[in-house]
Design a protein around this ligand. Structure first.
Ligand SMILES: NC(=O)c1ccc[n+]([C@@H]2O[C@H](COP(=O)([O-])OP(=O)(O)OC[C@H]3O[C@@H](n4cnc5c(N)ncnc54)[C@H](O)[C@@H]3O)[C@@H](O)[C@H]2O)c1
Ligand SMILES: O=c1ccn([C@@H]2O[C@H](COP(=O)(O)OP(=O)(O)O[C@H]3O[C@H](CO)[C@@H](O)[C@H](O)[C@H]3O)[C@@H](O)[C@H]2O)c(=O)[nH]1
Length: 676
């Protein structure tokens, strides 16, 4: 049973509040492999085995077979099909095959995209999860033995459906694991009220941007979308449904939701939980599959704890019990704002030190490394650069500042405001340095911007530091600003620049911004290259590796190769374990469906614009993601003096110097010497 920290043990243990532990699975050994679904499946296997007189040697895992579990949760509705709603719902459905999960949104285009293979967002690993939860999966089988290093003859360790059926009948392979098909349990819909009315749990994952005008404008959180959804829920939710804030909200928002519920349904009780999301763009699927923690805040009442149990039981399908942390609802709401503010504060802190480094000869990466080795400080979020962007940090700090202001805590508000001030200052400093190094004028010059998204490995361009720098650079009237990002489609970047800066700045309308799908074309003839994201593609090889000056490194270094997770301890592996095996086999045999479990992807309509127009583009983008830039080639085509302004400290100054390039990095003494 989950015990709320602020609730006395005696009260928790009272009859009213006791929740049957059997429905809230635990992970006794803390392993991710525990699954309530498969506990039930084990029983099913045992029964099947008994029925076959013990002759059945293949473990048969039907992920659809379990109808119960998860505290009676059979239907989850997630309102908001965005960066959070889509991936979160997909992972919940993937890990709970017997629960129907529907993502609803008022935007029909977004919903339509989620139903096709042209997903509205790019997240590594999302397609795999989606293809299984949304499209269902075929029966497949594999041997429960690690692949022998000497016999990597492609699919020797997996077998086709017919083979495994045969083997299970003749009983030859004791260690064969067969996994039965699963039917789709993830759906996307625009029928918001209908889906809300059917759900046991309603997740609210709508956008909560900064309020643009009126009281609190520029700081307070705009809860318009949240309010609209709350009203829908209040009218349509089924009695007893558990309502969950997934969106990042101001502290005490649960009160507003409760109030709305009271107005529309005065005679029914609903519990409102806070369950903030901590995923980061670019690593969303991994963050969701292996979260550091899942926070659930509730009211300190027996009904509140029961609601916690309900939601926790969904997570417990794949998250170890000790990582599910419960607290009061206000703490949970506030924790999210504080987590983001503290992470951003570290970045501003290290960036403030970078300015000192540039004027003293200290090196910011060396300083960050040395302080990060102190476990009390830790190494993460100490990478100095042109500052943080993204849809969350700025707005969440502003929300915290506004909260402090409304509470009359001016010093607190001022303290956190400073994190944002330093962030903006860091970008301005960078632009000033570019202009200064280029003799104080950009007139007639071409600048190439590498990286447009708010960080590497994502196509999310919200609050992009690159765009802020571009806006400032435009003031100095360069001849051209050429933009390239290996993760962003040029069409979308153009669209966004049009929306946020204006039509007139685009080359096609006589302006000076051009977006390229090829880095070399973008950089050709440039007077300076500006690196805005920490993309691996932009890195030079390290001096210790094989290169000689000017040598070309073509491939991005892949993250560590997955290892074979077999043998599994039990013959009923969890979806997480199967996923690990799939990843291992996919990387070993360079195939996307090594277990042959995918169903056909939904077909697009005849003449689908995206299929026709985008296929070639996707291939181009994929290639760009694989390749490391050939800096020798870029340097060769730069105007003299050749400049690179490295806003993320990803190129090696010595390598670049060997190519005749002057480099100015962040928090480093660059070509211009101390104090530039
Ligand atoms: N993006 C992230 O990485 C991230 C991470 C953690 C938390 N968050 C928080 O999660 C929340 C959602 O963020 P996001 O990035 O997914 O936003 P998003 O803009 O990508 O998606 C929000 C979706 O909600 C839909 N929506 C708005 N009002 C609606 C209504 N009345 N009915 C139905 N649908 C409606 C929108 O059409 C949109 O598709 C925010 O509070 C954000 O702060 C975001
Ligand atoms: O050492 C660092 C780390 C990050 N950044 C920058 O900080 C920004 C944010 O990066 P990151 O935190 O990786 O991405 P987000 O997707 O914005 O994720 C943050 O915001 C989400 C939305 O609330 C939270 O859920 C996540 O936990 C939190 O990390 C980016 O511009 C990065 O380039 C740095 O400059 N230096």
């Amino acid at each position: 049973m989950f015990r709320h920290p602020s609730f006395p043990a005696s009260a928790v243990d009272s009859e009213d509040s006791i929740v049957d532990i059997s429905t809230a699975p635990t992970t006794p050994d803390g392993s991710l492999s525990f699954s309530p679904v498969l506990q039930a499946l084990k029983l099913q296997d045992a029964l099947e085995d008994a029925a076959s007189g013990g002759k059945q040697r293949t473990s048969s895992t039907s992920l659809d077979a379990v109808l119960h579990g998860n505290n009676g949760v059979k239907n989850i509705c997630c309102v908001g099909a965005g960066y959070v709603g889509g991936p979160t719902a997909a992972v919940m459905a993937f890990q709970n095959p017997h629960v129907k999960v529907t993502v609803v949104d008022r935007d029909p285009n977004r919903i339509a995209q989620w139903k096709t293979r042209h997903l509205p967002i790019f997240e590594p690993g999302l397609d795999t999860i989606l293809r299984i939860a949304r499209d269902g999966s075929k029966r497949f089988s594999f041997t429960n033995e690690p692949a022998r290093p000497d016999s990597l003859d492609s699919m020797s360790s997996t077998t086709s459906t017919s083979e495994s059926e045969c083997e299970s009948q003749c009983g030859e392979h004791r260690d064969e694991i067969a996994v039965l098909p699963r039917t789709p349990n993830l759906f996307f819909s625009t029928e918001v009220s209908k889906c809300i009315s059917e759900a046991d749990i309603v997740l609210i994952a709508v956008n909560t941007p900064t309020k643009m005008r009126g009281i609190g404008g520029g700081r307070a959180t705009d809860v318009t979308a949240l309010e609209a959804v709350t009203r829908e829920i209040a009218i349509h939710a089924k009695p007893g449904a558990v309502l969950v804030e997934k969106s990042t909200v101001p502290c005490r928002t649960a009160e507003i939701i409760q109030d709305t519920l009271q107005i529309h349904r005065p005679h029914q009780h609903f519990e409102v939980l806070s369950n903030p999301e901590f995923l980061a763009a670019g690593t969303a699927i991994n963050d969701l599959l292996v979260p550091d923690r899942v926070i659930i805040g509730s009211s300190p009442t027996p009904a509140g704890y029961r609601a916690v149990e309900t939601l926790a039981s969904v997570y417990a399908s794949w998250v170890p019990r000790e990582r599910i942390v419960t607290m009061n609802v206000w703490s949970s709401e506030l924790s999210k704002l504080v987590a983001n503010s503290m992470l951003a504060q570290r970045i501003s802190s290290i960036n403030s030190i970078s300015a000192i480094c540039e004027k003293t000869g200290a090196d910011i990466d060396e300083v960050a490394k040395s302080i990060g080795m102190d476990p009390r400080i830790g190494a993460k979020y100490l990478k100095s650069g042109i500052g943080f962007g993204g849809s969350c940090f700025r707005k969440d700090i502003l929300s915290l500042v506004y909260l402090a202001e409304t509470l009359g805590l001016d010093e607190v508000a001022e303290y956190w405001t400073q994190v944002l001030t330093v962030n903006e200052w860091q970008r301005t400093r960078f632009v000033r340095r570019v202009v200064k190094c280029l003799n104080g004028t950009l007139v007639g010059k071409k600048l190439a911007v590498l990286g447009y998204a708010f960080k590497a490995q994502t196509d999310d361009t919200r609050e992009s530091p690159a765009l802020e720098c571009i806006k400032n650079l435009l003031e100095d009237c360069p001849r051209e600003i050429a933009v390239f990002d290996p993760y962003c489609e040029p069409r979308i970047v153009r669209e966004e620049i049009r929306k946020l800066v204006g039509d007139h700045v685009l080359k096609e309308n006589g302006g000076n911004i051009e977006v390229y799908s090829d880095a070399y074309q973008g950089c050709a003839g440039a007077h300076a290259v500006l690196i805005m994201t920490e993309c691996d593609q932009f890195r030079t090889s390290t001096p210790s590796s094989s290169h000689k000056l000017g040598a070309r490194q073509t491939k991005v270094q892949k993250s560590k190769k997955p290892t074979d997770p077999r043998p599994f301890q039990r013959l009923e592996p969890t979806e997480s374990e199967i996923l690990a095996l799939q990843k291992y086999l996919a990387s070993t045999y360079s195939t996307s469906d090594p277990l042959q479990r995918y169903e056909e992807e939904p077909a697009c309509e005849e003449g689908c614009e995206k299929c026709e127009g985008e296929m070639s583009k996707t291939v181009v983008l994929d290639d760009k993601r694989e390749e490391r830039l050939d800096w020798a080639k870029i340097a060769y085509h730069l105007q003299k003096p050749k400049w690179v302004f490295d806003g993320r400290n990803v190129v090696d100054m010595d390598v670049m110097s060997g190519l005749g390039v002057r480099v100015e990095g962040i928090g480093k003494v660059g070509w211009g010497g101390i104090g530039r």
